[in-house]
Write a protein that binds this ligand. Structure first.
Ligand code: PBE
Length: 290
């Protein structure tokens, strides 16, 4: 009896400590839109690591607002985070180690079009095949778009004038191919920082330099893929593979065209401010030392 009671006390203390840790994070992981690949991966992480946490859906902008509030108040927070993203330039943050590899390793961002896009827009297909960024280039574009006091497309225009050589290379690819008749392009994007930045930049360049009219539609990721598969929309610049959007490519891959990688070395995972004294997802449940 006494022994059992003793065990119960120890168990209570252990659970109490585990709770305490989760409490520092308020017991929750701040998520983004529910269709995002990182949300599915995080549900898997909660299971794989048996996390005593709840994943709370929000949106990309709401996630960064929560991050800002926590950092301003020096509070603990854990969010579904990804790179490239301007949040790493603004605050000192770290990815939690993922020893079980739930979030995959390195991801690439792909440009995906509807079937028939290249036939209808040969010059734009050449343009988008050349439309690629390294870390510094995409980082500076995303930084300008997020810091800009005004429309993202105007921030992108400003970046365009500062990155003339890169833009000229993309334009040269487009100009090497005859344009085709259709000058109305319909792009689709999700409310994620890198997609907002790249999509608005494409609009700025194609309208200002090549005389296209580019409409931008924001949607959740599932309708983005269906709108490409049905041929309703033309181009999406923010498909993450091989892991993050794998399920969408499995479902729609035969009815869309992967035009190739526009950014290499992306990553998804759980992100915390650098002052949080947890380094691994496997430690999230553990008792605090004190
Ligand atoms: N993201 C940004 C997306 C892909 C681009 C990491 C939030 C996702 O998780 O689906």
């Amino acid at each position: 009896m006494q022994l059992a009671a003793g065990f119960a006390v120890v168990a209570t203390i252990l659970t109490g400590c585990a709770k305490k840790q989760a409490d520092k994070f308020d017991g929750k992981i701040v998520g983004i839109d529910s269709g995002a690949g990182i949300m599915k991966a995080t549900e898997s992480a909660i299971e794989a690591y048996d996390l005593d946490f709840k994943l709370v859906p929000s949106s990309g902008p709401a996630m960064t607002a929560a991050l800002k509030k926590a950092v301003d108040n020096n509070e603990w927070i854990v969010v579904t985070g990804w790179k490239p993203h301007w949040k790493f330039a603004r605050w000192e943050l770290k990815f939690l180690d993922d020893p079980k590899g739930v979030y995959g390793k390195v991801e690439n961002i792909h440009t995906v079009t509807r079937v028939g896009f290249e036939k209808d827009f040969p010059a734009l297909a050449a343009f988008f095949k050349a439309f690629k960024f390294n870390d510094q280039q995409l980082g500076s574009l995303m930084g300008e778009v997020s810091d800009y006091d005004g429309e993202p497309v105007d921030a992108a225009r400003k970046w365009m004038t500062e990155s003339r050589d890169l833009v000229d290379g993309w334009l040269a690819a487009a100009n090497a191919v005859s344009a085709g008749d259709n000058k109305d392009l319909e792009m689709v994007y999700v409310n994620w920082a890198e997609g907002i930045a790249m999509t608005n930049l494409a609009k700025a360049i194609l309208e200002d330099e090549l005389g296209y009219t580019v409409s931008l539609t924001m949607a959740d990721v599932a309708p983005v893929f269906t709108s490409l598969a049905s041929g309703d929309k033309d181009v999406f610049l923010d498909a993450w593979l091989p892991v993050t959007h794998e399920s969408y490519m499995e479902e729609y891959g035969d009815n869309v065209v992967d035009l190739g990688v526009n950014y290499e070395g992306a990553r998804i995972g759980l992100v915390v401010p650098a002052y949080v004294t947890v380094d691994s997802i496997a430690e999230m449940n553990q008792a605090l030392a004190e």
